[in-house]
Design a protein around this ligand. Structure first.
Ligand code: AKB
Length: 315
């Protein structure tokens, strides 16, 4: 049985990953950590500790105390936020990662951390972006993600730490909102569709990005961590995607259920520039070949579920 410590447990991925891991491995075997507790925190849900990932000693202490065998390191600033405060992003994204990797090395733990489509840049091939290709990102987040991918490879090659990871696309979910990302519009559009039957997109018409529904993202993490390590050629930073879409595609999918839904644009130049530097559609075939990655939700299936779940929240 695994015993897993999750950093960034209150974030968009963390809040759902902790629940899923507790269902899979038992609630006492998953230790959620973040820089604060939720207001409605309940000890009965499972262990939770306050940990700032930039504090190595605290992360080490909590990992040792609970005798975990795995760290899933999620605490990070997303792309748009990182562009606003780049030095802070470097300190948190890189400082937190090297601390978590060091704890994994010291305590001989399995390790997961996500990279992102943000690890690609304007001169990366935009369509069917290969697993191994040019990575010259032009954002602080992208620089952090490429450095993180390399650092994880280094900890495996140099110290034998069992590091694994994926390059996540924009993740869409109804439990915890994302914060500070470039792909956040793909979540906001569903909330605004339900509340106001209209959305003003800060990402321009015709801008394609990769996306994925959260259940597919959570399954991918568990599947990769359970995979036979000897079959992994890439190990860290597997391309995975389920959907390649532009704002109009979301609008058309929503209009099947809310025909009066209206999409307008008020483009934010900062996030638009970031989006334009990322691929339109990445190729996930290495993940499929090496550990069986397969997404269940396409845009229509996800839209049906998202709208139902968001509507239920407002009833
Ligand atoms: C962001 O937009 O910053 C994230 C990501 C794609 O990594 N959702």
């Amino acid at each position: 049985m695994k015993k897993i410590l999750v950093t960034g447990a209150l974030g968009q991925i963390g809040s759902e990953l902790v629940t899923k891991l507790r269902e899979t491995y038992g609630k006492d075997n998953v230790i959620g950590t973040d820089i604060k507790k939720r207001e409605d925190h309940n000890d009965a849900d499972g262990p939770f500790e306050i940990v700032d990932v930039t504090d190595y000693d605290r992360l080490f202490e909590v990992s040792k105390e609970y005798e975990v065998d795995t760290i899933m390191h999620l605490a990070a600033l997303l792309s748009a936020k990182a562009e606003a405060i780049p030095k802070k992003a470097w300190d948190l994204n890189m400082g937190g990662l090297v601390n978590a990797l060091e704890v994994a090395r010291e305590l001989d733990l399995q390790f997961f951390t996500p990279s992102s489509i943000g690890a690609f840049g304007p001169n990366t091939p935009k369509d069917d972006t290969p697993q191994d290709t040019i990575q010259r990102p032009t954002t602080m987040y992208g620089v952090n993600k490429v450095a993180g991918e390399l650092l994880c490879d280094y900890y495996f090659a140099r110290f034998g730490v069992d590091t694994r990871g994926v390059r996540f696309p924009g993740l869409i979910s109804y439990v915890t909102p994302p914060g500070g990302g470039t792909t956040d519009y793909s979540v906001e559009i569903y909330y605004e569709a339900v509340k106001n039957k209209a959305y003003i997109s800060y990402i321009g018409e015709g801008t394609f990005m990769d996306m994925m529904y959260m259940p597919d993202a959570l399954n991918a993490i568990i599947q990769l961590m359970e995979a036979d390590g000897s079959k992994l050629v890439h190990r860290n930073a597997f391309n995975i995607s389920a959907i390649s879409a532009e704002p109009e595609d979301f609008a058309k999918a929503i209009q099947k259920y809310i025909p009066e839904f209206k999409l307008d644009y008020d483009v934010d130049p900062v996030r638009q520039e970031i989006a334009e530097s990322w691929p339109n559609r990445i190729d996930s075939s290495a993940a499929t070949e090496e550990w069986g990655f397969k997404a269940e939700y396409d845009l229509d299936k996800m839209t049906k579920d998202m709208l139902a779940q968001v509507e239920a929240k407002f009833q």
